[in-house]
Each structure stands twice: as C-alpha cells, then as structure tokens.
Design a protein around this ligand. Structure first.
Ligand SMILES: [Zn+2]
Length: 455
C-alpha cells in the first residue's frame, strides 16, 4: 500500500511539472462603449523598470474611461518582472525585428505584435524607466543627449497619412501637458527623436519601431531611474493622461494625481482567491509566512487575483506570492480534500446574525460567534481553549486570539476555517481594524491561472 501511493505521488509530481504554466502577459481592455480612439499602453518590457509596469497596472485597477478605450498590457515580460531581472532571456526590446523561432520569447513577441497591429488600436505607448535626464545639449554626466529619463521618445518626426501620425507634435503636446503640471523645472520632460530610420541599428529592433514600420503611431515614455518607483509611476501616469487627453479619450481615476496619493495606491489592495473563492486572502500587509494554509490535495492550484502584477509561484514546498518585483508572502500549505457543500455560514457579528459567503472578509468591532450547522467543525486560527475541538458557537473577542496568528502585520485579520469531517469546506476572514476600509475592488476578469503544486 505504501509503495503504491509513493509511485502515484511520483507520477503526479512528474505530470504536474510538465503542465506548469509559465507566466504570461495579460491584456486588459478598459472600454467605455462610446466611440473614440484606442490607446494601447504597454509596461514591463524590461523586468527592472518598475515605474512603467506599476503605472500600467494602475490603469487597470484605478481607471475608468467614458469615451474611447485604453488597452493595457501591464506586464509584457512578466517572468522577468517576477524574477527581478531586466530580461531572463535577454533584452525583449531588441526582439521586434528579426527573432529566431527558437527564442523562448518568440510566442510572446508574436502575441504582442498582433495586439499592436490590431485594427482597433490607434496609438501605442511603451512605458520605460530610463537613466539620468535627457537634455538636448550636454550639461553634465547625468543631464545630456545620451540619457533617457524624463523624455518622450519618437523614432521620427512624422508617420504620413496616419491619424495621430504627426508624432512630433503629439509628443510635444504631451510634453506640455506634463510640464504644466510640474512645479520643479528640473523634472520637466523633453521630446527625444532617436531618428531610427537613419541607421540606429539598436532602435530598429525595438517594439516602437516595429509599430512605426507598420504605420501605427508609437511613442515611448521614459521616467528617470533617479527617482523612486512611486515618483516614476506618477510621471508615467501623467504622460499617459497626456496621451489620453491628446487623443480625446475621457477618463476617471479613483485617486488624486499627486505623488503622495500615487504612492499610497501602489500595492495597497492585493487579493488572491484560491479554488473558486473557497479561500480569499488579503495580502497587501501580509506576514512573511502564512502557515498551514489548507490547499487542495491532488490538484493543481487554481487562483484569481485583483492586480495584474500578482503572481503565485512554486517555491520549495510552498507557494510564494509576488507583486511585481516585490515579495509579498509565502504560503506553507497543509493539504486537504475539499468539501464543496458550503456556500455561506451564519456569523453573529457584534450581536447581529449575518449570512457570510465563504471567502468573504467581515469587519468585527467587538466580538463574533460562528453559528455553523452541526455538520461542520470550526477552527479559528490562533484561538485555543482546553478541551474544545470545535470552535463553533463560541463568543470570540480580539484578545482571545493570539496575535501572531493574524495574516497581516497589523495583527487585525484572522482566519476562520470550516471543515466537514476531514475535508476542508472553506475560509472566511474576520477583520478587527477600527477603520472601516471596505475596499471591494473586484477580481480581474481573467481566466484563472493554474499552477502545479508539488505535494
Ligand atoms: Zn526600458
């Protein structure tokens, strides 16, 4: 018996290795349903330029449009972003001219080329973080014509006969839009023309020049690497808003356009949902490790997320959650069979009975009491009372739960798990934060991602 199960586990882990999906970029269409142009914004062509991919991801999570559309690929070189590398298979922005079919990124490059050339796309903007500060005349080592930071890049002055094909004046107007909103002249943007056609062999291989060659207006925006990520993100968003205003795309965002507010938005609401909402975790302020997370036995992991920069990856015996190039937390699993019979549970919250859906997070001021049917066993992680194995129907206050079992560093959010026999039925979270921050950002409309787990 023992031998047999060893073999099946071995086969299982082999087949799981084979079907592990690599990280792929995602396309998010933010559409108004009203006529107007479509702007394609791309971030993360290089994995070490967080200003660009963070700004692009915020378009997905914090913006709506009222006229026209923005299509966003915030994580073009997702694998490199997650691995904190400029390019794990070389510089992706040199793969748009000639590329061997054997290149590991061949398929991804083909996919993004198709999106760039899609008939609905009017203008392409590629977001980069560049070194120093571009200036027309040499000032010093960091401020000169060979630097890239704080610039809008065009490959040539004009793309004839195309709508928005006067690249030079579109870029000039966007430059003006940005600089009008900046107080500090040292941070002003300028237009840099690489004059690619005149023999810039490196730029000929770039994404924007591929677009230009195919008569699709394209620009690159470079925020200076001299700034921290949040400040680069701020400049990128200003630039994208400049392009939207230039194209006549009407937009709305849910924060104020200041460096401080941009900074507060970055990574402030990160959520993953496992196995069709059986487990939902808010991980923006998660502890370094979350232990005994009940994952599904004999199954690949299926998850959804609310931010395109989130990735869940296999790491040692557990799972690591990353947000762009930042570490978020690790899940150390305990494997269970799953029971799918439970969709909601009654919980008495501060004296009031409420029906709570499995996977939800509830705010508790003083106390709560789970009132599950007798078929289920309740386990409140961090609560222990001698002789009690089922924590159903017990009045629980914050001080009854040991702080180190919270999922967050602030020691406010705790797990309540329900089991039927030996099977896991689902989890809810109780949140003792005083501030009622009922963020209800929905999960991204993506196919759920499957990854193989080794167990
Ligand atoms: Zn770049």
């Amino acid at each position: 018996m023992l031998v047999k199960s060893c073999i099946s586990i071995f086969i299982l882990s082999l087949s799981q290795l084979v079907c592990a999906e690599p990280l792929r970029f995602s396309l998010h269409k933010i559409e108004s349903g009203m006529p107007g142009p479509t702007l394609l914004v791309i971030g993360g062509i290089q994995g070490d330029e967080p200003g660009g991919f963070t700004a692009a991801s915020m378009l997905v999570t914090n913006y709506k449009v009222q006229a026209g559309s923005i299509w966003v690929v915030p994580n073009l070189n997702f694998e490199s972003i997650i691995k904190r590398s400029r390019g794990i298979h070389g510089d992706m922005n040199r793969k748009f001219n000639i590329l061997s079919k054997k290149d590991p990124e061949f398929d991804e490059v083909q996919k993004i080329k198709k999106i760039i050339l899609h008939a609905d796309v009017d203008v392409v903007v590629n977001l980069h973080d560049g070194s120093g500060f571009y200036k027309k005349k040499y000032i010093n080592k960091m401020h000169n014509p060979n630097r890239w930071g704080q610039s809008i890049i065009i490959d040539q002055e004009v793309l004839s006969n195309e709508k928005f094909g006067d690249l030079s004046s579109v870029a000039g107007n966007v430059q003006q839009y940005i600089n009008q909103r900046l107080k500090n002249k040292n941070k002003f943007f300028y237009v840099k023309n690489t004059e690619t056609k005149k023999g810039d062999v490196e730029m000929e291989k770039s994404l924007t020049y591929f677009s230009i060659k195919n008569n699709r207006p394209a620009f690159a925006v470079e925020a200076s690497k001299s700034f921290l990520t949040y400040e680069r993100t701020f400049y990128h968003l200003l630039a994208v808003e400049g392009f939207m205003s230039e194209l006549g795309i009407k937009f709305q965002r849910d924060f104020k356009m200041t460096k401080r507010d941009v900074s507060k938005q970055i990574g402030n609401n990160l959520k993953i949902s496992l196995y069709d909402n059986r487990i939902n975790l808010n991980v923006e302020r998660a502890r370094r490790y979350l232990n005994y997370v009940p994952l599904k036995k004999h199954s690949s992991l299926e998850y959804k997320k609310n931010n395109p920069l989130i990735a869940v990856i296999n790491h040692k015996k557990g799972l690591k959650i990353r947000y762009g190039n930042r570490y978020v937390t690790s899940l150390n699993p305990q494997y269970f069979e799953y029971d799918n019979s439970l969709n909601s549970v009654t919980v008495q919250i501060d004296g009031q009975n409420k029906k709570i859906n499995i996977g939800d997070k509830v705010n508790v001021e003083k106390n709560f009491r789970v009132r599950a049917s007798s078929d289920y066993r309740v386990n409140i992680i961090g609560y222990a009372k001698r002789g009690v194995t089922n924590e159903n129907n017990i009045l629980i206050k914050r001080k009854d739960i040991r702080s180190r079992f919270s999922i967050d560093k602030n020691e406010k959010i705790f797990r309540v798990e329900l089991y039927k026999g030996n099977k896991f039925s689902g989890m809810i979270l109780v949140d003792f934060s005083e501030a009622k921050n009922n963020q209800s950002l929905s999960l991204l409309n993506l196919d759920s991602t499957h990854i193989a787990t080794t167990h």
